[in-house]
Write a protein that binds this ligand. Structure first.
Ligand SMILES: Nc1ncnc2c1ncn2[C@@H]1O[C@H](COP(=O)(O)OP(=O)(O)OP(=O)(O)O)[C@@H](O)[C@H]1O
Ligand SMILES: [Mg+2]
Length: 470
């Protein structure tokens, strides 16, 4: 056999598509089966609407022909139940007595077409051929998206926007060499993921990555956490403890939310950078350390420097190399990939086969402004995965905060509403998108925390319940 003969021709056979027909007349089902019989079609049929629903549940036929008038159940009701199980199915309604009203109602309920019996073989074939084509296109698109997803994954991040591709290139270039890196970006944009990627791709990947969340610890505690303490340094210090900086020796120290650090602590940290040594709280001598530092912040450190809130010398040391993460609103082209990744994760965690979003749900997500960025998207989809009774997320599974379009800061309902109502609704949305974290919400709203508390207090209902949370 020649070499050429050994090379197999790629299979060009189209994938099989399942078509389900539901009608109380067995004769009509036979007619449909013959009309559309084809080696690339798996034809299923039943006269029993309940059995049809079991088939939909089990096999998810992408194309369904449904009789409108059946003695056992109203076609309209069956349509609703089919779409409840599989909102992506293309359902064609069939009826012997046409009325514009019922046709419009069927389309409004989510049917894709409405055909009148008697129907010719040619017409039925033509309609089904187009639907099969569309079903194959959908399946092909899903497969392509899967491939694209893998090719656009970087470490545990995804992104196809030019701006994120630049971030990935920067991470790859910086990781082998950095001593200090600053990561900027609003809440939920992926700062911690970038820090982890930098560590994983660094020459010290086998050494520890030690995380210190500067926003979560009080100033006095932060010093002993970072520097460690010797026995008797303060009440309760019953033994020597090494700090996080020393724990990161040889590896990477990740200072999360460094903008929250007090000026006194900033000065102490700067000394570590300058002398490469730490002194435990209460100790008399210093010890040498070798650490690479990644700092992150959602604040504008440059502005904080100009306002005297952040040390200039520390800022320059940290910001020699800076990676800025753009808000999700500036990289909406990443939404599809992010949605896919999140759905996969949720499906595994919840042990539920949630595979996709309907086109309608995708449109709603793409219109939202995402103040809480990817974390908010994760919350929204995580909740939707839990809520949905099907394997597909539709608009009804999404929270109101996402469904309400805030085009240019206002939706239709807001136009003639009192200012206080609009303010209340906006605050509700922001609070929902940051999981009720009032400190974050106040920052996004650019008001002080006390103003937010005051507004929440004023918007409490007469029973004294606050707007959102407590
Ligand atoms: N490019 C990305 N691809 C996939 N998932 C991402 C991406 N960016 C962020 N995420 C996910 O979004 C969530 C928020 O990311 P991360 O915690 O890194 O953000 P952050 O900027 O540190 O947020 P915060 O300010 O709230 O601490 C995480 O669950 C993370 O896995
Ligand atoms: Mg973070």
């Amino acid at each position: 056999m020649s070499e050429l003969e050994q090379i197999k021709k790629p299979e060009s056979r189209e994938s099989k598509v399942t078509v389900l027909a539901i009608d109380d007349e067995a004769g009509f089902l036979e007619f449909v089966g013959e009309a559309i019989s084809d080696e690339n079609v798996d034809f299923l049929s039943t006269t029993d609407p309940e059995e049809a629903l079991t088939i939909v549940q089990r096999w998810h036929p992408p194309v369904i022909l449904l009789d409108l008038n059946m003695p056992k159940a109203a076609g309209m009701e069956v349509l609703g139940r089919i779409l409840g199980i599989d909102p992506n199915a293309d359902v064609v309604m069939l009826t012997a007595d046409y009325s514009t009203e019922s046709a419009v109602r069927a389309i409004q309920q989510g049917a894709c077409d409405y055909l009148v019996k008697p129907i010719t073989v040619e017409r039925l074939r033509e309609r089904v051929r187009l639907l099969l084509q569309e079903a194959r296109r959908r399946e092909h698109r899903t497969r392509l998206e899967e491939d694209v997803y893998h090719s656009l994954q970087f470490e545990s991040m995804v992104g196809q926007s030019p701006i994120m591709q630049e971030v990935f290139v920067a991470i790859r270039r910086i990781a082998p060499h950095f001593r200090t890196v600053l990561i900027g970006g609003a809440t939920g944009t992926g700062k911690e993921l970038v820090a982890r990627a930098l560590h994983r791709l660094s020459p010290v990947a086998s050494k520890p990555l030690v995380v210190c969340n500067c926003a979560a610890i009080t100033e006095t505690l932060l010093e002993s956490e970072l520097f460690g303490s010797v026995r008797g340094a303060f009440t309760g210090a019953s033994q020597d403890r090494i700090g996080l900086i020393e724990a990161a020796h040889g590896g990477v120290l990740f200072l999360d939310e460094i903008g929250e650090m007090s000026q006194a602590m900033q000065a102490k940290l700067l000394r570590v950078f300058q002398n490469q040594e730490v002194r435990q709280v209460g100790a008399t001598a210093s010890r040498k350390v070798d650490v690479r530092v990644i700092a992150s912040t959602h604040r504008d450190l440059r502005k904080m420097v100009s306002q005297g809130q952040f040390r200039e010398d520390l800022y320059y040391r940290l910001s020699m190399i800076e990676i800025k993460l753009p808000p999700l609103a500036e990289r909406k082209e990443d939404l599809r990939l992010l949605e896919q990744g999140i759905l996969r994760r949720c499906a595994t965690e919840l042990k539920k086969p949630v595979a996709a979003l309907t086109g309608r749900a995708q449109t709603v997500l793409s219109r939202h402004s995402w103040p809480g960025n990817i974390r908010e998207l994760e919350n929204v989809l995580g909740r939707a995965c839990m809520m949905t009774a099907t394997n597909t997320i539709d608009v009804r599974d999404l929270p109101d905060s996402v469904k309400t379009v805030v085009a240019g800061g206002s939706n239709g309902d807001d136009v003639l509403a009192p200012l206080a109502d609009v303010q209340k609704r906006h605050i509700e949305r922001v609070l929902q998108s940051v999981d009720g974290n009032k400190a974050r919400a106040a920052e996004i709203l650019q008001i002080s925390r006390s103003s937010l508390y005051r507004i929440l207090q004023e918007s409490s209902d007469p029973s004294g319940n606050a707007l959102v949370g407590s």
